[in-house]
Design a protein around this ligand. Structure first.
Ligand SMILES: [Zn+2]
Length: 348
């Protein structure tokens, strides 16, 4: 069984084509997409299951938001070629930004952090990780929940930020069965309407047609599987007690972040508004390939960053380094990331 981090490292020198082929060879039930911008492939359910190693470092991080107990659970880590991630950025400027931050210049490494929350009334998950839609370096959520003593079937509420595969893929297991068997789902109405429309078009997106088609296919199938258990709400609505939607459109047409409040404490669990400190905070104008509308993505990013700097708001960000908790600070004409100081659990 391959080592978890070794699997990530092995991906770096591989060409784009090989990345895609490797994932096609290992994924099951669904689609390999985005990775390296390669065309996706629909795979039969008879394909062998994704082989995953047992992580040897911490995969959960516990903290509190007022009276609520919160746990960040890792779904794994993704890796994207820099030129694919920010295709319109000057390659030398992108490489310099990464080098200045002591990061590799070939790939953007993006963690996948999922928030589990115990409120007064509910056991809540915000997004579900990638499941088997994105290859062997992600899809660890269910195992890591179990390892933390959180049985997936005890989660009663799943709230979705947006319907990209790394956020909804974990709804179904490798056999197509629901992982969170007793959960009700909540999703913004414009997000549902966009992906479930008979024709889905994203003329401003920088991604290629095959990537777009596979993204749409996953959204339709995975959301379709939970249609009867899903409540749709307007952006900005109260979703459940203590959790309010914050419109974050651009990455997708109906994306929401969520402001979680208990007593005097609060946390903004963002959707995909930024991914990388050097590429998206230091350079918030750089367009991101995954955004349905990259210019709207830029506007939303700058607006949200300005707001959270002013509010000194603590954030949970899905793709920042685990556990993805921190603050944004002003840095010259742009922004920077301050991760939280690691704590030791609920009582610390
Ligand atoms: Zn994402």
């Amino acid at each position: 069984m391959p080592n978890f981090l070794a699997a990530v490292k092995r991906s770096r020198p591989w060409g784009l084509k090989r990345w895609g082929m490797a994932l096609v060879a290992t994924a099951t039930l669904g689609f390999c997409l985005w990775v390296g911008g390669q065309p996706s492939t629909v795979l039969a359910q008879s394909e062998p299951a994704v082989e995953r190693a047992t992580p040897t470092n911490a995969t959960t991080y516990r903290f509190t938001v007022g009276d609520y107990r919160a746990t960040v659970v890792s779904d794994g880590i993704l890796s994207f070629p820099v030129g694919f991630f920010v295709p319109n950025a000057d390659p030398e400027a992108a490489a310099a930004a990464l080098t200045d931050n002591f990061l590799p210049t070939d790939n953007v490494l993006a963690h996948l952090n999922v928030l589990y929350l115990e409120t007064d009334e509910h056991r809540v998950l915000i997004d579900t990780g990638a499941g088997n839609t994105f290859g062997p370096t992600v899809g660890y959520l269910a195992n890591n929940l179990e390892a933390a003593g959180i049985a997936p079937d005890t989660i009663d509420t799943v709230i979705i930020t947006h319907a990209h595969p790394d956020h909804i893929g974990g709804i179904l297991d490798g056999s197509g069965n629901p992982v969170f068997a007793n959960a009700s789902y909540y999703i913004p109405e414009p997000e549902w309407a966009f992906w479930m429309a008979p024709t889905v078009e994203m003329p401003n997106a920088l991604s290629d047609a095959d990537t777009q088609a596979s993204t749409v296919a996953v959204a339709k199938e995975w959301l379709g599987a939970i249609a009867s258990r899903t409540t749709r709400f307007a952006l900005g609505d109260d979703v459940i007690p203590g959790v309010v939607s914050v419109a974050s459109v651009g990455h997708t047409p109906g994306q929401s972040s969520y402001l979680i409040t208990s007593g005097d404490d609060s946390l903004l669990a963002t959707g995909d508004v930024f991914f990388s400190d050097p590429l998206n905070l230091e350079n918030p104008d750089w367009e991101v390939a995954f955004d349905t509308d990259p210019q709207a993505g830029v506007e939303t990013r700058k607006q949200l960053l300005e707001t959270v700097v002013g509010d000194r708001r603590q954030l949970l960000v899905p793709h920042m380094p685990f556990p993805g908790l921190g603050h944004v600070r002003a840095q010259g004409d742009a922004y920077g990331w301050e991760p939280i100081v690691w704590g030791f659990g609920f009582e610390s």
